[in-house]
Structures are given as C-alpha cells and as structure tokens.
Design a protein around this ligand. Structure first.
Ligand SMILES: [Fe+2]
Length: 396
C-alpha cells in the first residue's frame, strides 16, 4: 500500500437523539456566541429548534442565518459573509443538507482568511484554520459532515467548483437519524443515491485502499438494505438510521479515496441544467459503471454481492455485470428519472457537456478506467437515450 493519509473530523457524535449533545460540544469548544447556519425551509418548519433550544437552555447567545440556497453560488456565500462581518461569533453550527454544510465550512474559513473565496478553489489553497464549527446533517447523502470538500456554483461559467482543504473538516460532526424522518421521498431518493455513488465510486477508485474499502462496502450494505424503505416509508427510524450511517461511512470513504467519473459527468448537469446533484449522479451511475466494469472485475463482482445479487455459478465477468444491473434497478426503484432526456437536456447539448466534464481532472484521474472526451460523450449519449440494455441474466 502506498503512503496514505486518512482523515476524519476530530469527533463524531452518532445515534438517535445525539443532537441534544450540542450544548456540551459547544462548551468544550469554548463557545459563547454561536451562529447557526441553515436554510429558510428548516428555519420555517421549525426543525432548527432542535439545535437552538438546547443551546439557549445552556445559556449560549444564539443567532440564526437561514439564507443558504441549494447548489449555492459564490455570491450566496459572499452575501452571508457581508452580513455577519464584524460580529464576534466564536462557533458556527451548520444545520442542514450538503449545501448548508458546504457554506458553513467556507464561512468559518473566511472568518480568519481575508481572501476572495474564488482564490480558495482547488486543493490546499486555504492558508489557516477558520473559527471552530460543528456540522449536523438533516439529510442522508452528501457526507459533507465528514469530508474536506465544499462545492459551489460559479455563475460566470455555470461550472461547479470545489474548495478542498483539511481545514474544511468540522471540529465535531453530529449525526442524528431522527432529524431526517421528515425528508420527502424525492430528496431521500436523490441524497441516498448520492451516498451510494460515493461508496461505489470510492470503492472502485484508484486511490482506494484497505481502510476505505471496508468502510465503503459497509456503506453499500446499509444503503442497499434500507434505501427503498427510507424512500417509501420515511417514518421508519431503523431505515433512516441505516441511511444516516451509510451516508456517513460513504462520506468517510469518499473523503479519503475520492470519487471518479460519475461525479465528473454529473457536475456539468448540475451547473448548466440545475439537475440536483444526487439525481445527476444516480442517473449516470449505471452508465459510467458499465464503462468501468472491465477495469476491475473482482471489485465489481464484490459490489454485486453486497448489492444483494446472487452471483453463484456466474463467471467473474458476469458477476461484475450484475453490479451494473443492480445499481440501475435501485435507481429505478427509488424513482430517479430513467434518462437525460427526462431532465430537459437535448442531444445538441452533449458535446458541450462532454467538454466541461473532460476538464475535471481531479476526478477523472481517480477513475479506475481512463476516459477520453469521446468516451465521455459516448456515455452521455447512452444515458441520454436511457436504454441500458440488460437481459434477465444481467448481461450487458
Ligand atoms: Fe456526491
């Protein structure tokens, strides 16, 4: 194994009801004046009180900013930075989905780094740690609470851009499945499939290692066991617990092994067509994996098994193909659209999408099989038609 660095947040607080620990965690971090970062949906539906109440009870001064918008552009972050300028917060709490958590990470960073946020795009561009922050996910999917990435939309070219720095890891992540009970089916499906993509992509990525492999496989197992129940019976706490844990594990695996071409091809769909991140990933997953499968048959056969496929008596190649079949089936089962056509993309858009995706070397270089721009275009065309050909034995 080559030299590898494995990172997670300093502390993970897990389990149903764990959000009540927020006061104690804030005290240990030396906080007095706390800003809760969230979105207006969570503020208006009152879920944010799950974190405000225990903090107020413990006599902290608490302000709330609820202006995070989905797939946030840099301008969203800048407007919030302007608004809180001069206020002496000593702890941020990011309470929400991936967008809220990504904004919180960078907002905390900008408190101690006086730079244009665009100059932080790329790997290791953050000079110093920001103020302390705690992340609390309210969806199960992005894994942002355990990664050191934050993704923003650049409105100048409509491209998703990533800030990657170990300083974006939170001081504490609190993962409480109870907070996800009211998430609607479509969001449960999209975020849950995003988590599955994190697990499958990081398991088959070039930077995968023994440590991340075990974590990724456990994530696939938990998500496979419970995603359908979580989507169609959202009040089922044990399914929500599996999804919360699966998403967390997938996030740890993604943070350390990275992801690949599914994410690279999904980002242009998010930037140009505003397709939600999880939907774009889920839609592309079987098509990219169909392309990738030949590059590592052993690993894909293992994925098939963990996805619950019966691979007894199959050749390694056939077993590996079953993974593609099962991923496609799961995506259909939870109601993800079947083709790019269904998302308002036209055939004429494909060359520009491929051009955009082909530039995302950070992800493409970690994919188990190399891709030319032509390969990317071909995958988009297959996904545009949505006709993944699979017979009843799973042959492609
Ligand atoms: Fe993702």
């Amino acid at each position: 194994m080559s030299i590898t660095i494995f990172r997670t947040p300093t502390e993970l607080v897990l389990g149903t009801g764990s959000v009540k620990q927020i006061g104690e965690k804030a005290r240990v971090l030396g906080a007095t004046n706390i800003l809760i970062v969230t979105d207006n949906v969570l503020n208006q539906n009152g879920l944010v009180n799950k974190v405000i109440a225990p903090l107020k009870e413990a006599n902290f001064t608490v302000d709330v900013i609820d202006e995070v918008i989905p797939e946030p552009p840099f301008e969203n972050l800048e407007a919030m930075t302007e608004k809180i300028k001069g206020k002496r917060y000593d702890l941020f709490v990011g309470f929400g989905g991936g967008s809220v958590m990504d904004v919180t990470k960078v907002l905390a960073t900008l408190m101690t780094n006086d730079v244009d946020v665009r100059n932080l795009v790329g790997i290791d561009k953050v000079a110093q740690k920001g103020i302390p922050f705690i992340l609390i996910p309210t969806t199960s999917g992005t894994g942002s609470e355990v990664t050191w990435n934050a993704i923003f939309t650049d409105t100048k070219d409509n491209v998703k851009k990533g800030i990657v720095s170990p300083y974006l890891l939170p001081d504490v992540a609190i993962v409480d499945a109870e907070l996800t009970l009211g998430v609607p089916p479509a969001i449960t499906a999209a975020t849950g499939m995003d988590a599955l993509v994190h697990a499958v992509e990081s398991f088959t990525a070039l930077r995968a290692n023994e440590l991340t492999d075990g974590i990724a496989l456990q994530a696939i197992k938990l998500i496979t066991r419970s995603i359908r129940t979580a989507v169609y019976n959202g009040e089922n706490l044990s399914a929500r617990e599996d999804m919360a844990m699966g998403s967390l594990l997938a996030g740890i695996s993604l943070g350390n092994a990275g992801v690949g071409a599914v994410h690279a091809l999904a980002y242009p769909l998010g930037g140009k067509f505003k397709v939600p991140h999880g939907v774009a990933n889920s839609l592309l997953l079987p098509y990219v994996m169909k392309y990738n499968v030949i590059s590592n048959l052993e690993k894909f056969a293992e994925v098939a098994k963990v996805l619950g496929e019966n691979v007894d008596g199959l050749s390694l190649r056939e077993a590996a193909d079953r993974a593609v079949y099962a991923l496609n089936k799961m995506s259909r089962d939870v109601g993800i659209p079947a083709s790019m056509k269904d998302l308002g993309v036209t055939e004429e858009d494909i060359p520009a999408l491929a051009e955009e995706a082909s530039k995302i070397d950070r992800l493409l270089n970690n994919n188990p099989r190399g891709l030319t721009k032509m390969d990317i275009e071909q995958i988009y065309r297959e996904c545009f038609e949505g006709n993944l050909e699979l017979d009843c034995f799973g042959h492609l």
